[in-house]
Design a protein around this ligand. Structure first.
Ligand SMILES: NC(=O)c1ccc[n+]([C@@H]2O[C@H](COP(=O)([O-])OP(=O)(O)OC[C@H]3O[C@@H](n4cnc5c(N)ncnc54)[C@H](OP(=O)(O)O)[C@@H]3O)[C@@H](O)[C@H]2O)c1
Length: 382
């Protein structure tokens, strides 16, 4: 295992160079990997494993569109696609990839098939970490570990098909066979991970719940909404408020931040932007840190998991969810975003009739979006 230095702190990381696919195939050659659930992670992980030469079967309830999707993806009923119980019985490694709520509901069934020597695999530390709420307490005689890809199942599959890998974290909760490490790493490689970072179940779920409620989705939407609202209240048009809040960030800045880091972005923007961003970032950090602490405390106290389990199990969950999503969808911010997105050059070219002069599109666009500074981007727009 490689020790890599992350900003001065050493961490254990497993790479594909030191644990190649051939080694993963060797470790898993006598295993039947049963992927239970074919939602978002299920397809990505099952298809990548199948393409990597692993003996993989899918367990999915019948009479469901998801069953048909598994067939469409080439899984064959009675050969590589089974009802959940049969897959549980056949599998030596159970990849428990139902939704977190369904994992709780199906646990009594799963438990019956966890005979000594088998392995129970998760892609989230939720069920085991919050076992007082979920009831998921694995028997002592099975290995229990996780591989959590840092992205959706769709990205996992897409990146695999492009010959790339999505980074994942891995953790071992229980090593009953003495083989838990080689099994979990082999699975991590087989599902299409690039690098595998070591963690534990609790840290995985605490950071994940904090991240999605925080900068990945909750905090970012909150900051978008606050800035948009202030700009609108101060007389700016919806398009201007949207462009300065979201569009420039996602279209121009974030791809550069992803490539080079925010430090590079700060070093490579206009001096006016640089001065202001340097002056203001610590104020935003200090204003939001208490909220992040409140959030982490809520995660650690089990309140977030409790809320998620309770709300997901209500009978009117879908209707209530739809109301909340509607509020976001119909907000002026995201309605303005819809129009701005439709005016992006790549979306415009699809709709432009051949007789329409390109200059008019440029005129409309120049009113909405700041003109790019690099020649490369200018060429793109012209
Ligand atoms: N989403 C992601 O990208 C992502 C990323 C990293 C980790 N994870 C973790 O991966 C695991 C799987 O997540 P996911 O998002 O892939 O799950 P998901 O899409 O929500 O899972 C849906 C699957 O669960 C089945 N299911 C739902 N309710 C059921 C029930 N009552 N009985 C039997 N089957 C039921 C569905 O079958 P039907 O279609 O028939 O309802 C489908 O196969 C979770 O632990 C999650 O936290 C997910």
């Amino acid at each position: 295992m490689a020790k890599l230095n992350f900003g001065g702190v050493e961490e254990n990381v497993v790479t594909r160079e030191e644990f190649p696919l051939s080694k993963a195939q060797e470790v898993l050659k006598n295993e039947t990997v049963a992927v239970i659930g074919y939602g978002v992670q299920g397809p990505g992980q099952a298809l990548n494993q199948r393409d990597n030469g692993i003996n993989v079967i899918v367990g999915q309830r019948k009479n469901s569109k998801t069953w048909d999707k598994a067939i469409a993806d080439g899984f064959v009923p009675g050969e590589t696609l089974f009802e959940i119980e049969e897959a549980l019985q056949r599998g030596t490694i159970i990849c428990y990839l139902l939704s977190d709520a369904a994992q709780i509901a199906l646990w009594p069934t799963v438990q019956k098939y966890l005979t000594p020597g088998k392995a129970l695999y998760f892609s989230h530390g939720f069920g085991v970490t919050f076992n007082e709420q979920t009831g998921i307490v694995p028997p002592k005689e099975v290995d229990v570990f996780l591989v959590a890809p840092k992205g959706s199942g769709t990205s996992l599959r897409r990146m695999f098909l492009q010959g790339r890998g999505l980074n994942s974290s891995y953790a071992i909760y229980q090593d009953a066979t003495g083989r838990a490490f080689e099994r979990v790493i082999a699975l991590g490689i087989a599902v299409g991970s690039g690098y595998l970072f070591e963690t534990d179940f609790k840290k995985e779920v605490y950071s994940d719940l904090t991240g999605e409620r925080g900068t990945l989705m909750g905090a970012i939407q909150g900051i978008f909404a606050a800035q948009y609202q202030v700009l609108r209240e101060r007389g700016h048009s919806p398009s201007e408020a949207f462009n300065e809040t979201v569009e420039e960030l996602t279209q121009s800045l974030m791809p550069l931040v992803a490539e080079n880091g925010m430090d590079w972005m700060y070093a490579n923007c206009s001096t006016t932007a640089q001065r202001g961003a340097l002056d203001w970032w610590k104020k935003f950090r200090d204003a939001t840190a208490p909220v992040f602490n409140e959030l982490y405390d809520s995660v650690a106290a089990g309140k977030e998991s409790q809320r998620s389990i309770e709300s997901n199990s209500k009978t009117d969950y879908r209707e209530k969810l739809e109301e909340e999503l509607k509020e976001l969808r119909e907000s002026e911010l995201w309605q303005a975003g819809k129009t701005v997105r439709s005016l992006r050059p790549e979306n415009q070219t699809k709709k432009i009739s051949p007789v329409k002069p390109a200059a008019s599109i440029k005129e409309v666009f120049s009113k909405l979006v700041k003109q790019p500074e690099s020649t490369e981007e200018k060429q793109y727009l012209v």
